[in-house]
Design a protein around this ligand. Sequence first.
Ligand code: MG
Length: 479
Amino acid sequence: MRPAIPLLLSVLLAPSVLAVASAPALAAPPDRPPNVVLIVADDLGYGDLGCYGAKGFRTPNLDRLAADGMRFDAFYVSEPVCSASRTSILTGCYAVRLGIHGALGPKAEHGIHPDEVTIAEVLKPLGYSTAAFGKWHLGHHLEFLPLRHGFDEYFGLPYSNDMWPQHPTAGKDFPPLPLIEGEKVIAHMPDQTKLTGSYAERAVRVIERNVERPFFLYVPHSMPHVPLHASEAYRGKSSSGLYGDVIQEIDASVGRILEALARNGLRERTLVLFTSDNGPWLSYGEHAGSAGPLREGKGTVWEGGVRVPCIARWPGKVPAGSTCREPAMTIDLLPTIAALAGAELPRRAIDGKDIGPILRGEPGAKSPHEALFFYFQQGELQGLRSGRWKLILPHKYRTLGGKPGGKGGQPAVYEQRDAGVELYDLEADPSETRDVAAASPEVVRRLEALAERARDDLGDALTKRKGKGVRPAGKRAGR
Ligand code: MG
């Protein structure tokens, strides 16, 4: 008789039986999956929002978003640079896994591979309407653009707003900057003072058109990446110059999106996420943001380069006024959103994990990662975080070395320095000022073993390792 019980159980649990068993529930409309609004600022530092301690400008809409939801205290990007970081945001993978490094320029012939799966493609089978308004940067040729990767609509810049002939030091390297609608270049050298407002305006229209249907709205801003541009209505309005004006305009554009959600009765149906793609570009001086108490900025794996603001709001689901101190990363967005929506994960390996228990404020919810890895340059594993510890691996990094940044949109020149094997206790010393490697050799050994596992899977240019799990980037057709 003993086998009968498992057999009975397996029959009861078979999908067809479950469908019959749950038939009465089908009479009521199934709970619609949530709308997802994902807003990403460009080069916005950890210290650049009021709710993260910013001074000199105001971010009332983002501060209210945090008060109504969760503020992450230890949220990371996978790499401190645009294309790599944005690839991770949309695919749930370390960018090195997908063969994307650095910031793709107008001469790049590669981009996101057609077989890779974005958040938009994960949600599409559930009937989501999808739109992206802003800076794409996963490849600017047709096959890499948003419409080929799960988005119904796109408007924005295909790469960074400084990749144009007016670049302060490298203008001759760049053709006129294109502005794209759908898959067509609709203008060259667009008026950048209109970008932030145009993204918000289109976002509001998507919300108004999709009151009855779930939507995924991705708003990856072009600002506050240099060159800074604020529209007439915001110029001169902050007490800290153009950078503050630009942040206040982004904050207001978030406000327009939140207001459109509320006006259309979608506040409770929508998960709103706000983050940045990397830390502040410090060499631009007063045109750069602030990493607050954190060390260094964009283009380094010190905390100022990779730890960014992150806010999540979903009334009734994410506890209001909460702070999350557990480490999490942009790679977690795709699997978390998939789980909340009831969508299937991509069949290929991804690196992110579902942080739903953290988002819901479940007691004792912990980071699901044993370690988070920081890659930079052409696939260099430069550091990792495990629990409270951060291990820096020997590499060259850039710093202003205490010198002031540039002025008026002109960058100062960085100097190069060497980092060794260094260990920091981020709970006691978030500013990474005291290397405790010599005092904690067993922690160093444990983290080095974790680094070794990452090298095996994802490779490491510093130790000349090829990763078994690295997949190719997409190549432009016919190249
Ligand atoms: Mg950036």
